[in-house]
Ligand binder design. Structure first.
Ligand code: NI
Length: 191
């Protein structure tokens, strides 16, 4: 197990599309995944994508911890690994919400995301996972999978006046209609 160095916005590994994993059950993939989970937990992240640790492969890990799930009125989601994930929106509807990213440290922004999705992918046992997700769970998965296509959340924003340094939220957040005000803890969580 090891804590890996996180790439920051501007590093080319975050801009290129990541490559499919030929064998999800390969020992090297298992090692990568356990290091990614340790790195995510060390950084208090809700999720992490392999390009964020300088590995251009289609692997993401994420979770919705109990306390966060409670605030969102959702079910907690245990730490989940998705290799070669696919996402399909189940609605045209989007909702705005605050996001942060370990590769864009210190900042937070309001991002529109599909409210309901279906996602699928493989685990390190080679088993296929398929789930439907809503709300914050759906948001985290969309954020992580964007990393595999070289997209960071500011590129998804429609109003850059809502891109702020999280520390400045103590002065009050810019108005974003229909967006729940995040707690300080949530703004320090990052994907
Ligand atoms: Ni991120």
């Amino acid at each position: 197990m090891a804590i890996l160095k996180i790439a920051r916005m501007g590093h080319p590994v975050l801009r290129r599309p990541a490559d499919p994993v030929p064998d999800p059950s390969a020992p090297a993939v298992r090692t990568l995944v356990s290091d990614m989970i340790e790195t995510m937990e060390d950084a208090h992240g809700a999720g992490l994508a392999a390009p964020q640790v300088h590995v251009p492969l289609r692997v993401v890990v994420f979770h919705v911890p109990g306390a966060r799930a409670l605030r969102e009125g959702e079910e907690p989601v245990p730490v989940t690994v998705l290799i070669n994930p696919e996402i399909r929106p189940l609605t045209e509807e989007t909702a705005d919400g605050w996001e942060a990213c370990l590769s864009v440290p210190g900042l937070a922004g309001v991002v529109p995301r599909f409210t309901r999705i279906r996602y699928a992918g493989f685990t390190t046992d080679g088993a296929r996972i398929e789930r439907e997700a809503e709300g914050f769970h759906a948001r985290v998965v969309q954020h992580e999978c964007d990393h595999l296509d070289g997209i960071l959340y500011p590129q998804r924003m429609t109003d850059l006046s809502l891109l702020i340094f999280a520390e400045e939220m103590r002065h009050g957040l810019p108005h974003a209609s229909g967006v729940r005000t995040p707690t300080a803890e949530e703004l320090s969580d990052a994907d």
